[in-house]
Design a protein around this ligand. Structure first.
Ligand code: COA
Ligand code: AMP
Length: 628
């Protein structure tokens, strides 16, 4: 007999239109779509293009109208500020409607962009949903990014308004946001009309410019705004993500496909029930935060948790378990790096034993490969199912996982189990030929991509085509390499491009190289992601200085480290820059980054036959030796 998973997978594969039309019935439309999958005048594929809906309505009003008004929708828990606050669906709807009213008073209408540069506070969620309510397009920028990153996004998205807070709070450290905003506003060629600032008690900001608006004062005089109907293909948000070049890509997420896919994912992948407490310990600045702190749990009628803290040091490695006990969390989702941090500080899991978590059913992990030792540790210490699932900013939801709502497959450490129904995953070689099981190659997804995935790159459709669709016609190229085994399990082994993953944060080595290369002393450079026990990967920069330039007492190295902090942000975590005389290159001048990475990771490597000067590798080896 065919299994429940196989049946569902086959239906989605053989007749995707009927399959997704059925799934679309799980959400409430103002007008149900007739076009299930269609192309627009620019050749962009969209799901549910002529449906009428509103994502904030699905996340909030729908539940108030259907008996969930008094259920807790959002729990804000902030060990860094000592604050906790809960909002019912009714309360959150009121806040969001007023926030939408405030934006409307500032002239924001459907289709306008709004940048949200905020810490992990409830108002960030309100800001996102307020945009969705108006049909405006939000673009959240992670708080760990520097002003320059903000400028890139402002100039690309051209937002009417920026929403921010007076400060973020990292472990024992206040980060004032206004100086960052002011610098970005000064540097950007595009000038948003207003900056709305949420004043936090921990560090109120001085609002000096005419464009600055005090959030609380403005919202107090704004009337609640109703949900504006949008079409299925209207964009809900743009989320910038690192690519191979220095310029981040604006992933466009459309309203219709997004809501349908997330609703489907909650039951199929997470086996979540409406009313469950769902906690994605991530940040709203990343895709995990968009999909699984904000939209999916609310669309599904769950209680979601917004946690402003770290897995450790806020105050100790018991933080996750404390939150799980206190709020009776049913499903926990975080990145493996978070659990490695906990394991490092509490190797025996003593703090896990101090908390009672009878409600916690499953722990999900994504953001980077779930390494078998971390999997084994979390399983053995929590005695819970630990599920790895693989996805990307581009897809917005998991491409492969263990579809608990359909059936539970036995785990294979190192594998994110099977393709989720809707995703047809293949492994191809350089020439685009399918590879047999157990052979590593490019992981690709057959087009059309299912609902929820990006449909274009904001204002640069050609980047979507050239970056994802051109290499292997008919397929979306994920940028990851890996293989499928004899049982159909997918093993994602890592990026095959210049993207690296540092503590679950996606960064571009190409972008770091552009920053290092911009230093007046640097002739050329290479940045690689070296293996790191805690963060998965850490960048290391190798630089060749221009003739006649020298580093005295490591001054150039220090300047370069600071430059990355200033231009990209602390989150880039570049702590090592090494000056070398030459970079290993092929005779045609291509830098051998893969070999440099193998050397840095202490792996066996074969000297590339095309190398120009083998002694350049020896030099890398000695540069990497710890200084005596
Ligand atoms: N605003 C401002 N600065 C930030 C920031 C933010 N939102 N997030 C991180 N930073 C800063 C940190 O303060 C740190 O600065 P420092 O170099 O001055 O100390 C730097 O960026 C690096 O931060 P991070 O990579 O988070 O390192 P950490 O040592 O503070 O914490 C972990 C390490 C593993 C505990 C932490 O990264 C973590 O919890 N990761 C989980 C990641 C995650 O949720 N990913 C999302 C995908 S699911
Ligand atoms: P992001 O777009 O920030 O979500 O990062 C996406 C990238 O993170 C993917 O392309 C992978 O390289 C990596 N990634 C995310 N989840 C997993 C996983 N479960 N296993 C392996 N790699 C993962």
């Amino acid at each position: 007999m065919i299994s429940a998973y196989q049946n569902e997978f086959n239906r989605a594969k053989n007749d995707p239109l009927t399959f997704w039309q059925e799934q679309a019935k799980a959400i409430e439309w103002f007008k149900f779509p007739e076009k299930i999958l269609s192309k627009d005048e620019n050749g962009i594929d969209s799901w549910f293009a002529d449906g009428q809906m509103n994502t904030a309505y699905l996340a909030l009003d729908y539940h108030v109208l259907n008996g969930r008004g008094d259920q807790t929708a959002l729990i804000y828990d902030s060990p860094v500020s000592g604050k906790k606050q809960q909002y019912t669906y009714k309360e959150l709807t009121d806040h969001v409607a007023r926030t939408a009213g405030m934006l409307a008073d500032l002239g924001v209408v459907k289709g306008d962009r709004v940048i949200i540069y905020m810490p992990m506070i409830a108002e960030s969620v309100m800001a996102m949903l307020a945009c969705a309510r108006l049909g405006a397009v939000h673009s959240v920028v992670f708080g760990g990014f520097a002003p320059n990153e903000l400028v890139i996004r402002i100039e690309d998205a051209e937002p009417k308004v920026i929403m921010t807070a007076s400060c973020g709070i990292e472990v024992k450290k206040i980060i004032p946001y206004m100086p960052l905003i002011n610098k970005a506003m000064a540097d950007s060629r595009f000038k948003p009309k207003n900056v709305v600032v949420l004043q936090r008690d921990e560090y109120p900001a001085e609002l000096t410019e005419n464009r600055d608006i005090d959030w609380a004062e403005q919202v107090a005089i704004s009337a609640p705004h109703d949900c504006v109907p949008v079409s299925g293909r209207d964009p809900l948000y743009i989320l910038y993500t690192s690519g191979t070049t220095g310029k981040p890509k604006g992933v466009v997420r459309e309203n219709g496909g997004h809501a349908v896919a997330l609703k489907y994912s909650m039951s199929t992948i997470y086996d979540a029930k409406p009313g469950d407490v769902y906690w994605a310990a991530s940040d709203v600045g990343w895709v995990v935060g968009h999909s699984y702190i904000v939209y999916a749990p609310l669309i599904h009628g769950c209680t979601t948790i917004l946690y402003e803290g770290k897995p450790v040091r806020t105050p100790d490695p018991g933080a996750f378990w404390r939150v799980c006990e206190e709020y009776k969390v049913n499903i926990l989702f975080s990145a493996p790096t978070a659990f490695r941090a906990i394991k490092k500080e509490d190797p025996e899991g003593e703090l896990i034993k101090q908390y009672k978590m009878p409600d916690l059913r499953t722990i999900f992990m994504a953001g980077e490969r779930l390494d078998p030792p971390t999997l084994e540790w979390v399983q053995s210490k929590t005695h819970l199912p630990v599920i790895d699932h693989w996805w990307q900013t581009e897809t917005g939801w998991a491409i492969s996982g263990n579809p608990l709502g359909l059936e539970t497959f036995p785990l294979k450490p190192g594998s994110s189990t099977k393709p989720v129904p809707g995703f047809q995953v293949d492994i191809l070689d350089e020439a685009g030929e399918p590879l047999p099981p157990n052979t590593q190659g490019y992981i690709v997804i057959k087009c059309p991509l299912p609902p929820g995935c990006l449909t274009t790159v904001w204002r640069h459709h050609e980047r979507f085509q050239s970056g994802y669709l051109t290499q292997f016609p008919g397929y979306y190229v994920s940028g990851d390499g890996g293989y499928i085994d004899d049982d159909g399990y997918l093993f994602v082994m890592g990026r095959i491009d210049d993207v690296i993953n540092v503590a679950g944060h996606r960064l571009s080595t190409g972008e770091m190289e552009e920053v290092l290369g911009g230093h007046p002393d640097v002739a050329e450079c290479a940045v690689i992601g070296a293996h790191d026990e805690l963060k998965g990967q850490m960048p290391i920069g190798f630089v060749v200085l221009k003739d006649g330039h020298y580093s005295v007492d490591g001054n150039v190295e220090k300047e370069l480290i600071q430059k990355i902090r200033d231009d990209i942000g602390a989150v880039a975590s570049l702590k090592r820059v090494l000056v070398v005389n030459r970079l290993p290159k092929t005779r045609s001048g291509k830098v051998l980054r893969r070999t440099i990475k193998q050397v840095a990771d202490g792996e066996q490597y074969t000297m590339p036959s095309t190398i120009d000067d083998p002694s350049s590798i020896t030099e890398i080896e000695s540069a990497l030796q710890p200084q005596k």
